[in-house]
Design a protein around this ligand. Structure first.
Ligand SMILES: NC(=O)C1=CN([C@@H]2O[C@H](COP(=O)(O)OP(=O)(O)OC[C@H]3O[C@@H](n4cnc5c(N)ncnc54)[C@H](OP(=O)(O)O)[C@@H]3O)[C@@H](O)[C@H]2O)C=CC1
Ligand SMILES: CC(=O)N[C@@H](CCC(=O)OP(=O)(O)O)C(=O)O
Length: 351
């Protein structure tokens, strides 16, 4: 077994930072040695997160984000900070020889002009952009192993790309008629105070937002286009669910020719053979957010509708675990030469 690796976490007070502490508290190969926050520095981690009492992380003192300190003391650094904030930090850490898993969107889009259009921010580190590996292990596992900079995928893109991959790779569906109808729990919006995230604004209601203009659209298009080797434009639409965690995506596609469900299922079984975290549900079963809560699973359900010639693909993930911090940890495991699933053999918390 390799010696324990040292990790730093920038942005421990956010929801993805919080989720990383939950996962690292029980990790046997990675020791969290730095956890930073501008607002809570000086406090022990258990003072802001009582759920960590009794774990190996309880006594860790939160520090101010300090790049020099991080690069001196950490083998790998998780950046769990807002987009546009991460790019310079990542660059400085990389320049000093550290490995970085960036949970923000800053290194996901290969074309900086596309980034600027959708994120309204000029990319300041286009020099290291080509080094970034898109950290979706089912597609890029071998590249992640060698990477020094991983762009951790977005939560909605994780759910959408995993759902579409086999259907596109096998050429089962038309590429000009894909509609993604995605719904996320409220932790997807982050932990900072905002009117739209207040309890009375989220509970007991259900609303759509950012239809036709969500910033995850180019990220999904980039990756599905690579699968088929041609540019795909798709319709991606988002909704806010009155739950804490979870994303359910319902994806409407059109079959190129009539295909029965068994043949579609065979394509998914082929592409996800040996992938422990993608669960193709039995025919007739449909994914639910509660059955993936707190885990790395992506549950996929398939429905063919012969009347309209549609293949409807459903996928459920936990946005904080599979869609962010768990996926970041899987990438870190690979980058550090540890087993990909170390600390991630998690069963869903039910009911
Ligand atoms: N929530 C989700 O489901 C997902 C989130 N992501 C992405 O992960 C990243 C983190 O998300 P999330 O945890 O939800 O965000 P939050 O808003 O909950 O937390 C942001 C964190 O970043 C820190 N921070 C903010 N600005 C700076 C700065 N200038 N320098 C240093 N630290 C800073 C804050 O700490 P403090 O103010 O205490 O310093 C806080 O801990 C984002 O890029 C987000 O888009 C990706 C996938 C899913
Ligand atoms: C419910 C909600 O508001 N979700 C966020 C997406 C989650 C996220 O964190 O975006 P990244 O994965 O790109 O970092 C949104 O729609 O903007």
């Amino acid at each position: 077994m390799n010696a324990t690796k040292r990790a730093g976490l920038v942005g421990v007070t956010g929801y993805t930072g919080m989720e990383l502490t939950r996962l690292l508290a029980g990790h046997e190969g990675i020791e969290l040695v730095r956890a930073t926050s501008r607002s809570e520095a000086g406090k022990p981690l258990s003072a802001i997160y009582p759920f960590l009492q009794g774990t190996k992380l309880a006594g860790l003192t939160i520090t101010q984000p300090d790049i020099a300190d991080l690069r001196e003391n950490c083998d790998i650094v998780f950046l769990a900070v807002p987009h546009a904030t991460a790019m310079d930090m990542a660059g400085q850490l990389l320049d000093a020889g550290a490995r970085v898993v960036d949970l923000s969107a800053d290194f996901r889009l290969r074309d900086p002009a596309v980034y600027q259009t959708w994120y309204k921010h000029e990319h300041s580190r286009t020099d290291i952009l080509p080094q970034a590996v898109y950290g979706l292990v089912e597609l890029y596992r071998e590249d992640v192993r060698k990477a020094r900079l991983v762009a951790n995928p977005g939560c909605y893109p994780t759910s959408s790309i995993l759902a579409l991959y086999p259907a596109l790779a096998e050429g089962l569906v038309e590429t000009d008629d894909i509609v993604i109808d995605a719904k996320s729990g409220a932790t997807g919006a982050g932990r900072k105070a905002s009117l739209g995230s207040l309890f009375c604004e989220v509970s007991d209601t259900f609303r759509a937002y950012n239809l036709g203009k969500h910033r995850h659209t180019p990220e999904i298009e980039q990756e599905v286009s690579r699968i088929v080797g041609q540019d795909i434009l798709l319709s991606f639409n988002t909704h806010l669910l009155p739950i804490n965690r979870g994303i359910l995506s319902t994806i409407y596609t059109r079959l190129k020719k009539p295909v029965d469900l068994a043949a579609v299922r065979a394509a998914y079984e082929k592409h996800y053979a040996g992938e422990a975290w993608v669960r193709l549900l039995p025919a007739g079963a449909l994914p639910e957010t509660r059955f993936v809560r707190g885990t790395m699973f992506c549950d996929i359900g398939l429905v063919t509708d012969p009347r309209t010639g549609r293949l409807i693909i459903l996928s459920a993930i936990d946005n904080l675990c599979r869609g962010a911090s768990g996926q970041a940890l899987a990438n870190a495991n690979l980058m550090l030469g540890l087993p990909e699933n170390m600390g991630l053999n998690l069963a869903p918390m039910v009911p």
